[in-house]
Design a protein around this ligand. Structure first.
Ligand code: ADP
Length: 280
């Protein structure tokens, strides 16, 4: 099912080749076909999200009732969790199809970089504490505090990488580290998310940035997830003119590295080396 759009495209193209359609016309038709498919996915995601928000809203109302038994409360929690997972999946499908169709545009606003990094670390502190792992964020002093960019999309990438690191680590730590380099071609950030988790097998490393790909089949059973997160991260980072790499050692851990050219906002005061950490 995951490769249905690709298969449909291939069949559509094969039909045109068989019918002897000229190349220029074929490209225009393929583009229209891909746009229509992206449009279909976008409206389908949107149409499902609206009633899903109703389900989530009413689950919330039910939860607020004091008269639920423990079993009823657990069932309502399951409804809410499943609903939230579905909304996340729909958002991912929507983002992915928008980016595939070249319709995902980045904002060019002010990004308070340190705040974003602190937010992403704080967001996963409760989950890390629950699992008994430490989570820390280290920002080198020469990292610009404010840059031009799309803060929501940058946050989306960071949350995905840090979220995965926490998800796939059962002992040890997750470290978010940011460094900057300035040169002839401007300022470059290196954002690393390193964990001491289960790692990724070498044969799976090459495909984890592809859509709907998980390192092995046990992942979906154990952790859920769609396998779309890293594909979207790569699309977003590419739109930001950056790149993402991964190194991993099964059983020892994984490090994702994001290389990002950035425009600094002048006049922003440099801050002392910042270290946000929580011990397990
Ligand atoms: P999802 O997390 O929804 O499965 P992603 O695209 O974010 O999808 O990740 C794809 C796969 O890459 C995961 O299912 C997992 O197998 C692997 N992966 C990603 N990050 C890590 C990590 N930090 N440690 C181990 N495996 C990882």
């Amino acid at each position: 099912m995951s490769d249905y759009p690709l298969l449909a495209m291939a069949l559509f193209a094969a039909g045109m080749v068989a019918a002897g359609v000229p190349l220029g016309l074929m490209i225009r038709r393929l583009r229209r076909h891909s746009d229509a498919m992206a449009q279909f996915l976008a409206s389908m995601s949107h149409d499902i999200r609206t009633p899903m928000n109703g389900v989530l809203g009413f689950a919330d109302l039910l939860r607020q009732q004091g008269r639920l038994t423990a079993a009823q409360r657990a069932s309502v929690d399951h409804i809410a969790e499943s609903g939230q997972a579905m909304v996340r999946l729909l958002n991912d499908i929507l983002d992915f199809s928008r980016a595939e169709a070249g319709r995902l545009e980045l904002e060019q606003g002010e990004v308070a970089l340190y705040d974003e990094l602190a937010y992403c670390t704080a967001m996963f502190q409760p989950r890390a504490a629950e699992k008994g792992i430490a989570i820390r964020c280290t920002i080198d002093p020469d990292v610009p505090p404010r840059i031009i960019g799309d803060s929501l999309r940058l946050r989306q990438v960071l949350l995905n990488l840090v979220g995965n690191a926490v998800k796939f680590t059962d002992s040890g730590s997750v470290a978010l580290k940011v460094q900057a380099a300035r040169g002839r071609f401007g300022t470059h950030l290196l954002i690393e998310v390193a964990d001491t988790g289960r790692g990724i097998a070498p044969e799976a490393l090459g495909r984890i940035f592809e859509r709907y790909q998980q390192a092995d089949s046990s992942v979906a059973r154990e952790h859920g997830g769609s396998g779309l997160g890293l594909a979207i991260c790569r699309q977003l980072i590419t739109l930001m003119d950056g790149r993402i790499e991964v190194v991993s050692e099964p059983g020892s851990g994984t490090t994702f590295a994001v290389h990002l050219p950035v425009r600094e906002i002048a006049g922003a005061a440099p801050v002392k080396k910042l270290r946000l950490a929580t011990a397990a």
